[in-house]
Design a protein around this ligand. Structure first.
Ligand code: C2E
Ligand code: MG
Ligand code: MG
Length: 447
């Protein structure tokens, strides 16, 4: 009998901290909810606690130190609670608390105290560390009446606390976008099949000749109810929902189809397509690209694939292989948003890159007063790219003065609203932009 009791105890205990585990927490919550239902007793609260810099501690000092920290957490949190409250470790650095007979004021009070005690430094064997925590609060019955719903709401609140750096947040249904996001993912799935996604094209202008040697394809989504949704919003959504593969295939297919049309009409122009992180984890991408080039009867030199540092970071080794195989097809590789990453120089050494696209945050200020630093950065990026045999593109040119500065610095290509907005293909003007260059006194460069 004692054995059995021990085994049961183990099954409900978190080994590392000696606190209850997820199973114990769910069971207690379930029980409490059923009691609450039957006897119409006062409300209860679920608190979700997540450390703010636990990953950094683990990365910097190793897992044994991380474990030691987690071990010290239980006693600290316990001292903020009554004996009837349930404290459990759900996993990782995530802890949950069940407060019986708690209203919102009491729950907030406990959450604040927890956040305060966790802000005190932890004296570990080798180091002293400061971590801090974010606490999300869900109340029953207001926010939910079953375990799943309450945990989800506490989780949503915890993320809001974290994002807002407020330490504590109570669930707020009006700020809960997770349902809406789910619906949007479903709509996006439909959109990939039913054609409410389109491509716009933005010209890239050769600063010496004023011609348009290439355009960038940019995805547009017109949602049936919400209207235009920016790729900045839906691309991350597609990444999360594993829709990037079909989405990129669709973009490549359309962009190459359009490119083939321009070629047949006698106005050959290369097309740039943006890739996302998951695309570079897809070992089939080079074959897919080759297949689409063949289907559309296009030389590979007319395709430019844009990658960013973040697209490379998910799995640098695999990404490196995929990029090399793409390059081997004869496709050009461009590094997008250059300058905004953390290790831009490292990958320039490793990867077969043909083009640098200097991020618009470094470009927009050029030609304005006090743009000395921007000018230094732009001209250094230019020299670096040229020294490595790459062409250098300036993104985000919005004003004539910026264009003139870029011309003077010797930039190859520029892109931006001043030279042309992204537009549907039939609205695109592929003729030169000589008049714009000339207007700024850069005419001496035009051949
Ligand atoms: P990006 O690849 O850096 O694209 C350039 C963005 O800058 C585009 O925003 C473009 O409209 C905008 N832009 C161009 N000129 C100017 C300017 O002069 N001033 C300012 N302020 N902005 C300018 P957009 O179309 O909203 O796209 C945003 C991002 O979404 C893109 O950044 C790219 O990362 C991503 N994206 C767009 N289409 C695709 C796609 O088909 N696949 C993937 N994976 N990502 C895409
Ligand atoms: Mg781009
Ligand atoms: Mg960019």
């Amino acid at each position: 009998v004692q054995r059995l009791a021990e085994t049961r105890q183990l099954a409900l205990t978190d080994e590392l901290t000696g606190l209850g585990n997820r199973r114990l927490f769910l069971r207690s919550l379930q029980h409490e909810l059923s009691v609450t239902e039957r006897e119409d007793r006062p409300r209860l609260a679920v608190l979700m606690v997540d450390l703010d810099r636990f990953k950094e501690v683990n990365d910097a000092f190793g897992h044994p130190v991380g474990d030691e920290l987690l071990g010290q957490l239980g006693p600290r949190l316990r001292q903020t609670l009554r004996s009837t409250d349930v404290l459990a470790r759900l996993g990782g650095d995530e802890f949950a608390v069940l407060l019986r007979h708690a209203d919102s004021d009491y729950a907030i009070d406990v959450a604040r105290r927890m956040s305060d005690v966790l802000r005190q430094p932890f004296a570990l064997r080798q180091v002293s560390v400061h971590v801090g925590a974010s606490v999300g609060i869900a109340l029953a019955p207001e926010h939910g009446t079953d375990t799943d719903e309450l945990l989800r709401c506490a989780d949503v609140a915890m993320y809001r606390a974290k994002a807002g750096h407020t330490a504590v947040a109570v669930y707020d249904s009006s700020a809960d976008t997770s349902r809406e996001r789910l619906r949007l993912v479903e709509d996006l799935r439909d959109a990939i099949d039913n054609g409410s996604l389109t491509l716009h094209y933005q010209p890239q202008v050769d600063l010496r000749t004023g011609s348009v040697p290439s355009v960038e394809a940019l995805l547009r989504w017109t949602h049936p109810e919400r209207g235009a949704i920016s790729p900045v919003e839906f691309i991350p959504l597609a990444e999360e929902a594993r829709l990037m593969r079909p989405l990129t295939r669709l973009v490549l297919d359309r962009a190459l189809g359009q490119c083939a049309q321009w070629l047949r009409r006698g106005t050959p122009v290369a097309v740039g397509v943006n890739l996302s992180a998951t695309n570079l984890l897809d070992g089939d991408l080079p074959e897919q690209v080759q297949e689409l080039l063949t289907i559309h009867g296009l030389p590979s030199a007319l395709l430019i694939l844009e990658i960013t540092e973040s697209t490379l970071m998910a799995d640098p080794v695999l990404a490196h292989q995929v990029v090399c195989r793409l390059h081997a097809l004869g496709v050009s590789i461009a590094v997008d948003d250059f300058g905004t990453g953390f290790s831009s120089l490292a990958y320039l050494r490793e990867l077969p890159v043909d083009q640098l696209k200097l991020d618009r945050t470094f470009v927009a200020g050029l030609g304005k007063t006090a743009s000395g630093r921007d000018t230094a950065i732009a001209s250094s990026a230019l020299s670096l790219g040229h020294a490595l045999g790459m062409s250098v593109v300036a993104e985000g040119v919005e004003e004539p003065a910026t264009l003139a500065t870029l011309s003077d610095l010797g930039f190859d290509v520029a892109q931006g609203f001043y030279l042309g907005h992204p537009v549907p293909p039939d609205a695109l003007h592929l003729g030169g932009r000589k008049e714009l260059l000339a207007a700024e006194g850069a005419s001496e460069r035009i051949g």
